[in-house]
Write a protein of this length. Structure first.
Length: 127
């Protein structure tokens, strides 16, 4: 029986040692995964913040650009209406040439004059 008891004792010792090393490995693996997740979360948060700032800057630039283009188009249309209505006869030829150039080349024409929207008279209330 001596040999069997020695073998069983040795096997129990090996099993306990392997269990201990498995626990240590799992604990180390868990800590590594936790650290990787924390690093990933930090990196992701920084990237998301940077992307958000870039999107906001793009949208602000887009708003400004579109606003400027709308002002130019409004001024152009108002001037064209006045010219074609006969209020500024000297401008009619310039507007016609600019409109043709715009249509032919797909570009906005350069006008030599600045236009402001005409003021409309208000109708009296109750009359």
């Amino acid at each position: 029986m001596g040999r069997l008891v020695e073998d069983m004792t040795r096997l129990v010792g090996e099993i306990q040692a392997l269990r201990g090393s498995r626990r240590a490995f799992r604990k180390e693996l868990t800590m590594d995964v936790f650290e990787m997740c924390a690093d990933f979360a930090d990196t992701h948060a920084r990237m998301a913040k940077g992307a958000k700032e870039e999107r906001l800057a793009f949208v602000e630039n887009l708003k400004r650009t579109v606003g400027e283009q709308l002002q130019e188009i409004r001024a152009y249309i108002a001037g064209a209406r006045r010219a074609w209505a006969g209020r500024q006869r000297g401008m009619r030829a310039e507007f016609a040439a600019a409109g043709r150039a715009w249509a032919e080349h797909g570009q906005q024409p350069e006008m030599s004059a600045e236009f402001t929207a005409p003021r409309r008279a208000r109708a009296g209330r109750g009359a």
